[in-house]
Design a protein. Structure first.
Length: 249
């Protein structure tokens, strides 16, 4: 599209498992929201995991790619760059309240070129006002831009249950462990171990949006049994995996 047909245009689609939209950008703002499943959105230097209680605000012009490991029901809200309710410089996660969720679902069924003086227009204006009132956070997983480290992190994402020693990764990149740790901290602001712990938590959230049972998730993430996995999840989120799953499904 050269121009949006209206101030807000909602596109909805089913993203099948392991579907990937390569890096791109828009002339308008975008709100990425999935009513089911988890979106994995990569921006330069950062990766966001977006479960069903969250959405991602992407200001106009921000390059991003979108992936779903297990599939999602995607709602993309394209919003005029003139809208300033959430600012236009930083990508942030948005807490999706029950009201905002229902407004998005309702708006997804509107004709593309709805009348300017209509029920549809009123809903869209309420949606924008509600969007601006939602809690925001910038929680994300730092993602290195160095090609070698980028590929290492990508493989760790794909195989989060493997406990890969840092020695092996240093050998793979033909550097010392000390050099690897220094480069990794420079790129992400985290130690390699801290980064792996956060990745494992985010992969847990991704898996909890599926129908896999807790034991299978624990084993897939490299835990010997559900107990240490449940303890880790509770310590980091304040909820057990089962409590969290009830919240998002």
């Amino acid at each position: 599209m050269e121009h949006l047909p209206r101030e807000v245009y909602v596109r909805q689609e089913i993203m099948p498992a392991r579907h990937y939209f390569p890096p791109h950008h828009h002339r308008w703002h975008q709100l990425l929201y999935a009513t089911s499943g988890v979106l994995v959105v990569t921006l330069p230097g950062e990766r966001f995991f977006i479960p069903p209680e969250k959405a991602l605000w992407l200001p106009a012009g921000v390059e991003h790619s979108v992936y779903s490991e297990f599939g999602t029901e995607l709602k993309s809200l394209y919003i005029s760059h003139e809208y300033q309710g959430l600012g236009d410089t930083h990508s942030v996660r948005i807490q999706v309240s029950p009201l905002l969720r229902e407004l998005i679902i309702e708006a997804a069924n509107f004709a593309i070129e709805y009348a300017s003086d209509s029920y549809e227009q009123d809903v869209m204006q309420l949606l924008l006002k509600t969007l601006a009132r939602q809690h925001r956070d910038s929680d994300h997983l730092p993602w290195p831009t160095d090609p070698g480290l980028f590929e290492v992190c990508h493989q760790l994402y794909l195989h989060a249950g493997q406990r890969t020693p840092i020695t092996n990764i240093a050998q793979q990149l033909s550097c010392s462990e000390r050099t690897l740790e220094r480069r990794f901290r420079q790129q992400t602001g985290m130690t390699f171990r801290e980064w792996q712990h956060k990745l494992r938590l985010l992969k847990a959230i991704e898996l909890l949006a599926t129908d896999a049972n807790i034991t299978r998730i624990a084993l897939e993430l490299g835990y010997s049994s559900p107990s240490p996995f449940i303890q880790m999840f509770r310590e980091r989120t304040g909820k057990t995996p089962t409590q969290y799953r009830k919240q998002i499904i």
